[in-house]
Ligand binder design. Structure first.
Ligand code: ADP
Ligand code: ASP
Ligand code: MG
Length: 469
């Protein structure tokens, strides 16, 4: 069971999370809990680190974080001195390290990804002892465990990847004895450590991924993600108020939705689950009696074809163009090799059939690095005028329509583009993966919400269907 930031955002929410874990234990299940940092804490930590690296270390940051966590711990187990003292001791220790790291940063003025990970993963380490205490307060033994002891990752700080075998071995050795003794381990989400023991993080929103990694390592029967909405919905409810919760989606649909911006799931969450065919549930910790969304192999396909619509912002469109590109072989290979060498993830690719334009989408934070890498790798082609221009455009968004039944169903793309045209949305580029469960398109950023709403309406996703009801 993983609890997100808002699900552990206050004393009341933590008590609720503890009660949900306790209920499952009472029903006879072995439960491993994974916790996020309390809402807002990760952002606060990152802001403090960035300020420190500019020489603006605010010594109040530690005191503020301590005060918030202490107030919550006191509300939850004020009269149980031993629970309170042990949680506060752990919190203080972690904040001490946080302060030292920030102080060091304010001297050296350089925030490396490695240091940022050591700091940004602190929030989970502050939340875990409180949630463990809250579970103990409900009469079940519980122990906070830091995932730096469990999840072994590579050295991609800020976006680390787990080593499956090492993680499996460590997690089973540490967690199974706790579960078998009837107690509940509360593991910090988001963090891991390299083989040498240096702290890493799995990327923003990565606690979902932690839960799936541990679920797979422990051969869990199910992976439950408790969040602040009723499940995976037909669109982001903040963008489309009439969005509906999907009862069941397939692993491939979930992976596609997460990859194309449905923040409810970290984009890699599904991978460990699908490898072992472990069902995943997305549940609302504010409304635990709601059914939520089940993610399974079959996923209850929708007769409408499109099941959900997503969008991603903060992306950049890289365009390589030139009339001399026609017939020149190997340009795409050189371009993507360069993008990979610049460690940029390519979200979407599109090439005009006239072959004088190749474009692809990367995260905006990678764009300038990619452009520099491309200018280097394609220097000769620029000189020979095969290519006229390599440019990055940050003012775009990717919109994706996703559904398993789009496969082989004619007319879906037509309806998508018809809806966009009728709503005055200009499509800059399109792409459909050969898996045919996704049509993704690039639009101007300011039109992306309109595009999502237009597709949502065209496929009547606000109305019940077999996949929602
Ligand atoms: P947590 O802190 O529990 O991990 P997140 O904020 O990371 O929660 O993710 C949940 C949020 O994802 C929801 O509040 C919602 O605003 C957003 N969201 C975006 N797209 C979707 C979608 N298709 N279905 C459900 N929620 C979505
Ligand atoms: N606390 C981390 C973040 O805010 C991880 C998570 O919440 O999933 O990104
Ligand atoms: Mg999240």
């Amino acid at each position: 069971m993983k609890f997100g930031g808002t699900s552990v955002g206050s004393a009341e929410r933590i008590a609720g999370a503890a009660a949900l874990a306790a209920k499952s234990v009472r029903e006879g299940h072995g439960v491993v809990v994974v916790t996020s940092a309390m809402s807002g804490v990760t952002n606060q930590l990152i802001a403090a680190a960035e300020a420190a690296s500019r020489g603006e270390w605010r010594s109040e940051a530690r005191a503020e974080l301590f005060a918030r966590h202490r107030a919550v711990a006191e509300t939850l187990f004020g009269d149980r001195r031993s629970l309170l003292d042990s949680a506060l001791a752990r919190i203080d220790e972690r904040l001490e390290r946080f302060e030292k790291l920030c102080f060091g940063l304010s001297m050296v003025h350089e925030l490396t990804p490695r240091l940022l990970d050591a700091i940004s993963g602190t929030g989970e380490m502050l939340a875990a002892p409180i949630l463990a205490g809250a579970i103990s307060a409900q009469g079940f033994r519980s122990e906070a465990v830091e995932a730096t002891e469990l999840i072994v990752t590579n050295e991609d700080f800020g976006d680390a990847e787990p080593f499956v075998d090492a993680t499996r071995e460590k997690s089973r050795a540490r967690l199974l004895p706790i579960v078998e003794s009837g107690a509940v381990p509360v593991v910090t989400g988001f963090v891991g450590a390299t083989v040498e023991g240096v702290a890493t993080t799995l990327g923003r929103g990565g606690s979902d991924y932690s839960a799936a990694i541990l679920g797979a390592a422990l051969d869990a029967g199910e992976i439950w993600i408790w969040t602040d909405v009723d499940g995976v919905m037909t669109a982001n409810p903040q963008e489309v108020p009439e969005a509906r919760t999907l009862r069941e989606i397939s692993y491939s649909e979930a992976a596609e939705l997460a990859y194309y911006g449905a923040k409810v799931l970290h984009h890699k969450t599904i991978l460990p689950a699908v490898r072992q065919q472990i069902p995943v549930r997305i549940l609302n910790s504010f409304e635990p009696s709601q059914q939520g969304t089940r993610i399974t192999a079959e996923g209850r396909p929708s007769e409408r074809g499109v099941k959900a619509v997503t969008s991603i912002r903060n992306v950049s469109l890289i365009t390589i163009s030139g009339r001399g590109m026609q017939g020149v072989t190997g340009l795409a290979a050189k371009a993507f090799t360069a993008a990979a060498a610049a460690r940029a993830n390519v979200l979407m690719i599109s090439q005009a059939s006239s072959e004088n334009n190749l474009c692809f989408v990367v995260n905006a934070s990678d764009a300038q690095r990619v452009v520099r890498a491309l200018r280097g790798a394609l220097e000769l082609d620029l000189m020979l005028n095969h290519i006229d221009e390599i440019a990055a455009d940050d003012s775009i968004a990717v919109v994706a329509a996703v559904g398993d039944r789009m496969k082989g169903a004619p007319g879906i793309a037509g309806r998508v583009f018809g809806a966009l045209g009728a709503n005055g949305v200009n499509v800059i580029a399109i792409s459909q993966g050969s898996s045919e469960l996704n049509i993704s398109l690039i639009v101007a950023e300011e039109q992306s919400a309109d595009a999502v709403r237009a597709i949502h309406r065209a496929f009547e996703l606000d109305r019940p269907s077999r996949s929602t009801d």
